[in-house]
Design a protein around this ligand. Sequence first.
Ligand code: NAD
Length: 709
Amino acid sequence: QRAKPSAFQLTLRPDNIGVITIDVPGEKVNTLKAEFVEQVNDVLLKAQQHTALEGLVIISGKPDSFIAGADITMIAACTSAKEAETLAKKGQSTLAQIAAFPVPVVAAIHGACLGGGLELALACHSRICSLDEKTALGLPEVQLGLLPGSGGTQRLPRLIGADKALDLILTGRHVRARQALRMGLVDDAVPQSILLQTAIERVKRGWQSKRELPWQARLLNGPLGRSLLFSIVRKKTLEKTHGNYPAAERIIQVVRTGLDQGSASGYEAEARAFGELAMTPQSAALRSLFFASTALKKERGGNAQPHALHRVGILGGGLMGGGIACVTATRGGLPVRIKDINETGINHALKYSWDILGKRVRSKRMRPAERQKQMMLISGSTDYTGFEQADIVVEAVFEDLALKQQMVAEIEQHAAPHTVFASNTSSLPIGHIAAKAQRPQQVIGLHYFSPVDKMPLVEVIPHAGTSEETIATTVALAHKQGKTAIVVADRAGFYVNRILAPYINEAARCLLEGEPIESLDKALVDFGFPVGPITLLDEVGIDVGTKIIPVLVAELGERFAAPAAFDAVLKDGRKGRKNGRGFYLYPSEGQQRQRRKRADTSVYLLLGITPKSHLQPATIAQRCVMMMLNEAARCLDEGVIRSARDGDIGAVFGIGFPPFLGGPFRYMDELGAGTVVKTLEYLQQRYGEHFAPCEKLRRMAQQGERFYP
Ligand code: NAD
């Protein structure tokens, strides 16, 4: 068997500077693999054999990536903490050789330089990056429940100061070239065309004097400053993680060890923590979400080929239409034509994108000229001009069946014979919207979540007569818009709202039992949701719920009914944040903003209750979450979702189900079907029939089955 060609190739220039090109054979982007340890050792050895060598430049041979990170399957393959620790130690010692290399080594970075890639760059003596938009530097390991295991937790704080390093490592966020330069992460940022040349010149200038940290960072590096910094970071982190993400705590610990006890102890601690974190259920859950969403991005929703997408039409320029137009143009780069019944709708949609791009311009992530260019992709009118060229039309008009059927008829009249009609309805059956269509095979549901530019999920909903090509075309549009798409059945509430409704209803029942609004929300935020159920209801719109609940009750039964007392809230004209009246107080313009949101206590009067906390937070969370889990299992049983994987992605990306639990199905596997059924039965006895465990869970409990192999 022939040895694989190395990903690290050395060329020696006539001026005695060596250039190491990283180019993983047969892959589109560079990722680090276990076998590279030897390849790096070999290439460094080869370089050292040139006695006249003056320095090294490390650059990538790929168009878009320096090194985009480590291959995660490598970590998933580890069966013990010791094994994962050894992996980290190998990485550390390989990079230590670069750091100790006898002549200057400069990293020339263009494209993604993430995780292990940035750790490699940090081990070099200097870093130059390209000013290109594709260039992004970061240590995203925390997002997989891990920490940078090849020296990143030690080198970064020394380079840019503990405060900035902790921020980067704890959030996992990326920085672009200019920001990297400002924070001292790179020594220069230049156009890509002169990247290699600049790096070579830097090598020629020899060892650089060390850049001094700014005075604030130096202050924080002193013993007193350090104590203060770490206590603040600990507190802030806990406020965000609620103790649910062990990686965050270990990162803080390991960085501190390195600063207090020196690098050697720091590297030790880093490798040990990496090994232990790799074995945590939290990391396993986060990695499984990562694999699932990567896999979903490659799927077409079936076997058919999508129709090519050149132009998109949008009906309705309201809250949703404005957002859909924005992601289509700015993410997808596709021309968008909006039709509304009045100019206000069109202007609203244009302003939506203008404002979002404005934020990018202000934060220097986008040039004003680029904003103009992207805005040129969006146009609108009150008639159907331009729709004849649309390959797909996304409908986001008012939630009214007759109106949506009329929209189908008008599109069939004004657009091309191949045009797909995708409805963003949140409650109407897609089959009904297609009922009068001449080309029902081209009608489908495409359900977005608000705010469209932020929420990563869409549900794609074929009705019984939708063609495979229509599904593929719709999934292709979602991907272009940067969304993760799950294909779900045309049943009431589809998937996300169907599992959300029982969860919110249970929170409502707790409220009617007298549990205060804030303690309900706090219980679920502590459990790991980004916001509590009552806040969510205010955000989504209390009136929106009233459209969906009756559909769920009519098709699936009384267990979906909202507590009757809730009618009083709606009758009082409360729609939530959008009209400034809901379960919380929303100060009107000019009024002083409160630091913390406060509940509107007049709701208690409306509901006829005297609030008094009486339930344990764990009980509140258990009641709400168990209702969601039970319904998710039903959805899988009834074929509403195609797999447990899709159900997990839907809940995490659509609702914010705690990612560290991996989604409702991973969580049920972690608990075991037997425990889930027993808990539901206990709740059924105490709180009512609506907790009765579904058939699927009972069967699984009896047979000791799991959702995932
Ligand atoms: P909206 O009221 O903000 O916007 C609706 C827009 O449609 C308005 O600008 C209106 O002028 C326009 N319109 C009405 N009749 C029209 C016609 N005949 N031709 C062209 N335009 C017309 O509503 P929204 O919140 O954007 O919701 C739109 C759709 O999206 C609804 O079906 C809703 O159920 C669904 N949806 C909403 C949310 C949400 O959170 N708001 C989430 C998912 C889905």
